[in-house]
Write a protein that binds this ligand. Structure first.
Ligand code: FAD
Ligand code: SIN
Length: 539
C-alpha cells in the first residue's frame, strides 16, 4: 500500500493549466504532477489555432473583453474576463521566454491570425500546431526543475477528504490529495498534499463525436462533485463547426483559422469540380466568422435539412503556397487521406469540442473546498459564459494555473499538513469477469448524449437522456462497488456522473442562450443566470 506524501502540492493534470501551475509553484514548493496516460496526452497538445491576446496597435483590451462577452451571451463574469484579457500579453511573453516559437512577420512582429467572433487579428500561433509547441515548452521547463516530479500512468480516482482521515472523521470540506491507480503496478496509491489543483481538462468524450483526445472524460468535474464542490454551467458544451468528416479518422479538427484566412463553407456541389453554394450568408452577416455556436448550428441545420453527411470547407481559392504555409499540419494530414486542400474542399461536420462549464472557481482558482483548486478546462471561472470565444481557453489555462499557484504560495501558512489517511480499501472487490458491461455502457452514454443532448435540444429528448442516465448510473454504481478499478471503469463512472450534470443543467435552463439551444424555448430570457448545481454531501 504505497503512500506518497513527500510533495507539498499535488497537481492532477499535465496540460497547459497543470504545468503552468507547477512551474510557478516550484520556485519554492515540491510539486507532484499526475497524468493518467502520457504527460503530453491532454487536449493542450492538440490545440491548433492559437492563443488570443491584444498585441497589435489599434486593438484594445476593451475590444477583446467585448468580443468575449458577446460570444458568452451575457453570462460571463466581467471581472474574470478583464483579469484574463489584461494578463494575456504577459502570458505570451512568458511563453516566448520558455522558447515557444510563435510565427513572426518579416519585420519580426508576431504574426496574428483571426478567428470567429474576434473583431481583430489577435491570435498568436505556431503554424497550425500551437498546442504541441506550448506543451513541449512547458514540459521541457518542468523537466528541468528538480522540484517538479511528473508521473504518467497515474489515474486519480477520488479526492481525499475528511471521511478518509484515519481515526476520527477529519475536517469537513478539506481536501488532502487523491487516491490514484498506478497503471503500471495495478495498485491504488494514497497521494497526500497540503494543496491539490485539478487540471484534468474537459469532458468531450461524453459525446460520440468529439475533437478531444481519449482521456477527456470529465474526471476532475466528477471528483470535485463527489467531494462536495459546486459545478456550474454544464449545459454549455461547445461544438466546433469543422471537424474532418472521414470514416477512419474520427476526431481531426480543421482549425477555425482556415475560415479566419478566408475559407468558405459550401453546400457540396452536385457535380465534382463545380463550386457549391456558400450558405453562411443565409444565417449571419458575419458569414464564416460568426461565433462558433452560430456556425455549428447553421451547418447542423443544413445537414439535417438536405440529408447531407457533411458540408464543404474550401480554401482552395487562396494561393497554394499561402495554404501550405499557414496550415502545414492539416495539409500533410489530409494529403495522406487523398485530399489536396490547395485544389479541393474539405468535408466537415460539427463535433463536440470544449466544455464551458465545470468546477466553480474564484479569481484565485479556489473551489468551494479548502485546499482544492481548479484551473483550465475543468473549471468554470466566468470567462466563457454561455459560449467560449475561440483561442481564449489556452489563455485561461495560463492565467488561472498561475493564479492558483500564487494563491497557494500566499496562503501557505493556512494550509496545514495532511493527517493520517486511510489506505484504499479493496477488501470487498474482485477482478471483473464482465468487461463487456464497461465497454457497452461507454458506447451507450456517448451515443445518447450525441443524439439527445447535442447541438439542438428539446425537453422530451433531454428527459429521455435523463431516464437513461439514471438507469446507467445504478448499473455502474453496482459494478463499481463489486469490482477492482481499472482505468476504463474509473472513466465510465466519471462519464456517467458528468452526463448526469449536463442533462440536469440543460433541463434547468428554460431559454436558448449561447451554446444551449432548445426548440421548446427558442428565445433568450431577460435575465442571465448561471446554472449552479449544489451537491448534497460535503465530507
Ligand atoms: P488538458 O490539456 O486536456 O490536460 C488534461 C490533463 O489531465 C492530462 O494530463 C490528463 O492526463 C490529466 N488527467 C485527466 N484526468 C485525470 C485523472 N483522472 N488522473 C490523472 N490525470 C488526469 N484552445 C485554444 O485556446 N486555442 C486553440 O487553438 C485550441 N485548439 C484546440 C484544438 C483541439 C483539437 C482541442 C481538442 C482543443 C483545442 N483548444 C484550443 C482547447 C484547449 O486545447 C483546451 O481547453 C486546453 O488545452 C485544456 O488544457 P488543460 O490544461 O485544462 O487540460
Ligand atoms: C481552432 O483552431 O479552431 C480551435 C481554436 C479553439 O478551440 O480555441
Amino acid at each position: 500500500m504505497t503512500l506518497r506524501n513527500d510533495h507539498d502540492v499535488l497537481i492532477i493534470g499535465s496540460g497547459a493549466a497543470g504545468l503552468t501551475a507547477a512551474i510557478r509553484l516550484a520556485e519554492t514548493k515540491r510539486v507532484l504532477v499526475l497524468a493518467k496516460g502520457e504527460i503530453s496526452g491532454g487536449s493542450t497538445s492538440w490545440a491548433q489555432g492559437g492563443i488570443a491576446a491584444v498585441l497589435e496597435p489599434g486593438d484594445t483590451f476593451d475590444s477583446h473583453i467585448q468580443d468575449t462577452m458577446v460570444a458568452g451571451a451575457g453570462l460571463n463574469r466581467r471581472e474574470t474576463v478583464e483579469f484574463v484579457v489584461e494578463n494575456a500579453p504577459a502570458e505570451i511573453d512568458s511563453l516566448i521566454k520558455m522558447g515557444v516559437p510563435f510565427n513572426r512577420e518579416a519585420d519580426d512582429d508576431l504574426h496574428l491570425t483571426r478567428e470567429g467572433g474576434h473583431s481583430h487579428r489577435r491570435i498568436v500561433h505556431v503554424d497550425d500546431a500551437t498546442g504541441w509547441a506550448v506543451q513541449e515548452a512547458l514540459q521541457r521547463t518542468a523537466a528541468a526543475n528538480p522540484n517538479i516530479t511528473m508521473l504518467p500512468d497515474m489515474v486519480a480516482i477520488d479526492l481525499i477528504s475528511g471521511r478518509h482521515v484515519a481515526g476520527d472523521k477529519g475536517e469537513a470540506g478539506r481536501i488532502w490529495g487523491a487516491y490514484a491507480l498506478n497503471r503500471v503496478t495495478g495498485e491504488v496509491e494514497t497521494v497526500t498534499a497540503r494543496a491539490t489543483i485539478l487540471a484534468t481538462g474537459g469532458a468531450g468524450r461524453t459525446y460520440l463525436f468529439s475533437t478531444s483526445p481519449r482521456g477527456a472524460t470529465g474526471d476532475g468535474i466528477a471528483m470535485a462533485w463527489r467531494a462536495g464542490a459546486r459545478i456550474s454551467n454544464m449545459e454549455f458544451m461547445q461544438f466546433h463547426p469543422t471537424c474532418l468528416y472521414n470514416l477512419e479518422v474520427k476526431n481531426f479538427l480543421i482549425t477555425e483559422a482556415v475560415r479566419g484566412e478566408g475559407g468558405h463553407l459550401l453546400i457540396p456541389a452536385k457535380e465534382k469540380g463545380e463550386r457549391g453554394y456558400r450558405f453562411m450568408g443565409d444565417f449571419d452577416e458575419r458569414m464564416e466568422l460568426a461565433p462558433r455556436d452560430v456556425v455549428a448550428r447553421a451547418i447542423d441545420h443544413e445537414i439535417k435539412r438536405l440529408g447531407l453527411d457533411y458540408v464543404h470547407l474550401d480554401i482552395s481559392h487562396q494561393e497554394p503556397e499561402f495554404v501550405k504555409g499557414h496550415f502545414p499540419t492539416i495539409y500533410a494530414k489530409l494529403m495522406g487521406l487523398g485530399i489536396d486542400i490547395t485544389r479541393e474542399p474539405i468535408p466537415v461536420v460539427p463535433a463536440q469540442h470544449y466544455t464551458c462549464g465545470g468546477v466553480l472557481i474564484d479569481l484565485n482558482g479556489r473551489t468551494d473546498l479548502k485546499g482544492l483548486y481548479a484551473a483550465g478546462e475543468v473549471s468554470e471561472s466566468g470567462l466563457h459564459g454561455a459560449n467560449r470565444l475561440a483561442s481564449n481557453s489556452l489563455l485561461e489555462c495560463f492565467v488561472f494555473g498561475g493564479a492558483a499557484a500564487q494563491d497557494i504560495l500566499d496562503s501557505w501558512n493556512e494550509l496545514d499538513a495532511p493527517p493520517n489517511i486511510n489506505p484504499w480499501d479493496e477488501s470487498r472487490v474482485t477482478d471483473s469477469d464482465e468487461e463487456v458491461v464497461v465497454q457497452h455502457n461507454w458506447r451507450e452514454i456517448r451515443r445518447f448524449m450525441w443524439d439527445y443532448v447535442g447541438i439542438v435540444r428539446t425537453t422530451k429528448r433531454l428527459e429521455r437522456a435523463q431516464h437513461r442516465v439514471e438507469l446507467l448510473q445504478q448499473e455502474v454504481d453496482e459494478y463499481y462497488g463489486n469490482f477492482r478499478v481499472t482505468m476504463d471503469l474509473i472513466e465510465l463512472r466519471n462519464l456517467i456522473e458528468v452526463a448526469s450534470l449536463i442533462v440536469r443543467s440543460a433541463l434547468t435552463r428554460t431559454e436558448s442562450r449561447g451554446l444551449h439551444y432548445t426548440s421548446d424555448y427558442p428565445e433568450r430570457a431577460d435575465r442571465a443566470r448561471d446554472t449552479v448545481l449544489v451537491p448534497r454531501v460535503r465530507d
